[in-house]
Design a protein around this ligand. Structure first.
Ligand SMILES: Nc1nc2c(c(=O)[nH]1)N[C@@H](CN(C=O)c1ccc(C(=O)N[C@@H](CCC(=O)O)C(=O)O)cc1)CN2
Length: 295
């Protein structure tokens, strides 16, 4: 029987733990605040930002949302970030990706105060992760580590293959999988669009993390029997005249081979959002010097 890992359930547990952290912070007179910034008219980004705001409301975090006109000069975005950095009611700041063309991505990430950088995309936080001393772990790979743990999968000593080398998922995921902390210690390979024989690598893997951004790219024949498959993809495709959400894994054929697999929707996505709340209460605790019982 294949274990279909329920990301909604694991995320609900994390949110419950975050709510307890909010209570502890409030007992110390601190209301944790998360600012989301959107400079885009991409409907998917609008959806993700409103989901994040709704999550904040559910756990008692003060959600602050700032829309920057997507035709505005880039300076308006940099100024918005600076003013959120200076705002004591804001403990976490994130700018929803992808960014509009006129914006310098590296400058945006560098402008966010590293101690409020709950996405962990600032170069200082990227460096700390690579050095094995993270202040915040990036939300998607951290969420994946928690999903694996919830499914009783310990990467230690296993062969892990990450398909995709993005800054948001592939690179940090690989670092966390081969790192020395809990949820790491796997022998880790990163595959990408120039990998010569992808299936040769994925067929060797005990754990496959699919983050290629290509709908249903990883099929059952590319997996070993009993592999654990984590699907990071979120692709909207037309199916029988209807728009539907699929991952980077062909779910039905992969399920035939996998011992455990994450679905799309309801797998990694809810965990990305849950770990953002986690990072926000962590940031608030650090700033206010309050010990929070992180879940
Ligand atoms: N600043 C950031 N931008 C982006 C990030 C990020 O971590 N930080 N990640 C992605 C998008 N993303 C978070 O922002 C995200 C995507 C999807 C979900 C999610 O809950 N998906 C649901 C389905 C939602 C739907 O119906 O469309 C699921 O998988 O069940 C959460 C977060 C790029 N940008």
């Amino acid at each position: 029987m294949t274990d279909v890992i329920d990301g909604n359930a694991v995320a609900a547990d994390i949110r419950e733990g975050v709510t307890e952290c909010v209570d502890v912070l409030e007992d110390s007179g601190v209301r944790p605040g998360l600012a989301t910034v959107l400079m885009s008219d991409d409907p998917a980004s609008e959806t993700y930002v409103s989901m994040k705001q709704r999550d904040c409301e559910e756990v008692g975090i003060e959600g602050i949302h700032v829309d920057v006109d997507n035709d505005a000069p880039a300076q308006e975005l940099y100024d918005t970030i600076e003013s959120l950095n200076d705002d004591d009611a804001v403990h976490g700041v994130l700018v929803q990706k992808p960014f509009v063309d006129q914006v310098d991505e590296r400058r945006v990430l560098r402008t966010i105060d590293p101690v409020k950088d709950v996405d962990a995309f600032h170069p200082e936080n990227v460096g700390r992760l690579v050095a094995g001393d993270p202040l915040f772990k990036p939300c998607t790979p951290h969420g994946i580590q928690r999903l694996l743990a919830a499914a009783d999968v310990d990467p230690e000593g296993k062969e892990a293959v990450v398909v995709g080398r993005s800054d948001i998922v592939g690179k940090p995921m690989a670092n966390m999988l081969f790192g020395r902390d809990e949820g790491g210690n796997a022998t880790t390979t990163v595959c990408h669009s120039r990998t010569a024989d992808l299936a040769e690598h994925t067929r060797r893997a005990d754990i496959v993390v699919a983050a290629a951004g290509v709908p249903e790219f990883i099929t059952g024949d590319m997996l070993s029997e009993g592999a654990v498959v984590v699907d990071v993809g979120i692709n909207r495709v037309e199916r029988n005249g209807e728009s539907t959400l699929v991952g980077d894994v062909a779910f039905e054929s992969a399920k035939e081979k996998a011992s455990a697999i994450t679905p799309v929707p309801g797998g990694v996505g809810p965990m990305t959002r849950a770990m953002l709340l986690y990072n926000t209460v962590k940031a608030a605790g650090l700033e206010a010097d309050v010990d929070v019982p992180l879940p």
